[in-house]
Design a protein. Structure first.
Length: 263
């Protein structure tokens, strides 16, 4: 234990910067940083992962800073690097579930019903919550959490600790990733939107043929029933589409790499 402490103290500034980069991802990630995970568990996982990378990538060059403010700025850049990776995962999980869920809820009659989202501390659409849970299950099933840790490994391998410079294009890259995630959310809702639109056309024709039918008495429950049936029938399609969402997400993380310049 003493040798471990001595090893860390010899490169204390390097270890602190490494912990900030790893912690930026762990604390704010929708996977590792969920609010129902105890804070002590997050801290222990961050320290364990940081110490593992500390042995994999030992300090080879001195970290250059002249004042305490300079070191604080280095820490800010490192934590921003981890948060940039977390931003991409957060935006894809949030937009694909909330956008698709909101569109689906409005079409099948769940628009006035919301559930409490513990993770984001806000009200979430019912179907959006279902889609979010489905994405989480598939993400762990395809070892996406291992891929996230691998991304941290790649950042340390490509961009040395304490030698990062942030490009001014970070806003444009973040906006591009936001637009891509929003588009994928709309694409997830398209099958159910098409089925509800077909049902609306059928109701219009039926109302013309039989005007005595009350649209709100018959139409609203039938839209809910058809919507739930279509969602259940297309669930395998959503699961298959999740692989594309995760592919786009990791591509977005790769694009974030280009924002930070090592040197």
């Amino acid at each position: 234990m003493i040798s471990v402490a001595d090893e860390i103290l010899k490169s204390a500034d390097y270890f602190i910067l490494l912990m900030f980069r790893v912690g930026g991802l762990i604390v704010t990630s929708p996977i590792f940083g969920r609010v129902n995970i105890p804070q002590m568990g997050k801290i222990c996982f961050t320290v364990s992962l940081g110490y593992l990378f500390f042995h994999i990538f030992p300090q080879t060059t001195a970290i250059t800073y002249t004042t305490l403010i300079g070191f604080v700025l280095l820490c800010a850049v490192e934590i921003l690097m981890g948060m940039a990776l977390s931003y991409v995962t957060n935006i894809f999980f949030a937009l694909t579930s909330f956008t698709a869920g909101q569109l689906i809820d409005m079409q099948i009659g769940f628009g006035i019903v919301n559930v409490y989202d513990v993770q984001n501390n806000t009200q979430a659409p019912v179907m959006g919550n279902v889609i979010n849970m489905m994405l989480l299950i598939v993400f762990f099933a395809v070892d996406g959490h291992h891929k996230l840790i691998e991304m941290v490994y790649l950042t340390i391998n490509r961009m040395p600790i304490g030698a990062l410079h942030m490009s001014a294009d970070i806003g444009l890259v973040a906006l591009e990733i936001f637009n891509r995630a929003f588009l994928l959310g709309i694409m997830m809702a398209l099958p159910l939107l098409a089925s509800v639109l077909t049902l609306e056309i059928a109701f219009g024709l039926l109302m013309r043929a039989v005007p005595q039918i009350h649209m709100f008495v018959v139409g609203v429950p039938l839209k809910m029933f058809v919507g739930m049936m279509v969602f259940a029938a297309t669930l395998p399609v959503y699961i298959g589409f999740s692989s594309r969402i995760f592919e786009e997400m990791f591509n977005g993380i790769e694009r974030m790499f280009a924002v930070f310049i090592g040197g």
